[in-house]
Design a protein around this ligand. Structure first.
Ligand SMILES: [Zn+2]
Length: 338
């Protein structure tokens, strides 16, 4: 933390990084229906097709702008992880692939962490960059998740993970697989502090990422149409020798089958997330721990049941239990929804 890292480095990066300023008069094509859209209009629509509603992928910086109040956040610097620990080589050296990805994105690895407010509640967001080697999770991404969890605990903020990943980074072998338990421990650190942990599943969330921290949220939200699963649909079809149902591994299918809590359009994410955090951050579990250091026997974290009950308009998965607290918030919610 000095003027070299804070001032000089970003300046140099800005000079070296690939330029993204595309002229405003360009047209973009929807990757789903082929509809032509004015580039500027598409950006204003948060890269959601006005014709078919397809949610195109967005990078972590844009993601944070979409989520945080007023699009404002503070970037959290991530510690440097060991690069190419296995000196791995397939058709190409891993070190070369890394170098290319870094040149292409102007970033060190596939994750970015920021701190700000969502619905006036403090939050740390850890967002994946799918354009960086398919958002694959290696040592650096694991490090990013642990840093995000620590920062959330230190700042008494909620942790929000936004995966967009093909899974573990195979070039780091078992070390990348170790990021699965490591990220789960990171989530547990946030839980131990009684702070909420929300996952926003985006397209795609697969492999080792979906098999670890990405499915452990107190609330599981997904963007419409996002592919979420472990193995790819083709691999499953070939293995079980059966045709998979339509919409398999899509967000809506998972919602219907009780795997996630909500499917929320991008334009409503900030508001929905803010409302959830409003409930969760003001729950007794969080309030209780804010005043005093956390003892081993902290009351349970804000329960998933509360939220499910509040959001039961969308999800019929709501179950019994803790209705008392739910009822009060529900009334408040109804009032605010008008
Ligand atoms: Zn479209």
């Amino acid at each position: 933390m000095n003027w070299i890292t804070n001032y000089v480095r970003p300046k140099i990066r800005a000079l070296v990084a690939p330029r993204e300023d595309i002229p405003d008069n360009l047209w973009d094509k929807c990757t789903s229906c082929g509809h032509m859209i004015f580039h500027r209009e598409l950006e204003e629509l948060l890269r959601v097709c006005p014709n078919c509603g397809h949610h195109m992928r967005i990078g972590p910086e844009r993601r944070m702008e979409v989520l945080f109040d007023d699009g404002a956040y503070e970037k959290i610097e991530l510690p440097q992880a060991l690069a190419d620990p296995l000196k791995f080589r397939d058709r190409e050296r891993y070190s070369e692939r890394l170098k290319k990805a870094r040149t292409k994105t102007g970033q060190q690895d596939a994750i970015r962490v920021g701190h700000g407010h969502i619905g006036s509640q403090p939050a740390v967001v850890a967002a994946f960059d799918f354009s960086f080697m398919g958002g694959s999770m290696g040592l650096a991404v694991g490090e990013g998740l642990v840093t995000a969890a620590r920062e959330a605990a230190r700042r008494r903020a909620a942790l929000i993970a936004v995966p967009a990943s093909g899974g573990a980074r195979m070039q780091e072998g078992i070390l990348s697989l170790m990021q699965m338990p490591r990220s789960v421990i990171a989530v547990q650190m946030v839980r131990d502090e009684g702070l909420p942990y929300i996952v926003l599943l985006t397209d795609p969330t697969t492999g080792g990422v979906s098999a670890s921290f990405a499915m452990l949220g107190d609330v599981q939200i997904a963007e419409p149409g996002a592919v979420i699963g472990f193995a790819g649909a083709r691999v499953i079809e070939e293995t079980i020798r059966e045709t998979l149902p339509p919409g398999f591994q899509r967000a809506e299918y998972l919602l219907e089958h009780g795997m996630i809590d909500m499917v929320v359009p991008r334009s409503e994410l900030r508001e929905t997330m803010g409302r959830l955090l409003g409930h969760l951050m003001n729950s007794p579990a969080v309030r209780g721990t804010a005043a005093q250091p956390v003892a081993a026997a902290t009351p349970a974290e804000p329960s998933k049941v509360d939220i499910a009950a509040e959001e039961s308009d969308q999800s019929e998965a709501a179950t019994a239990g803790n209705k008392e607290a739910g009822k009060k918030d529900k009334e408040a919610e109804r009032a605010s929804d008008g």
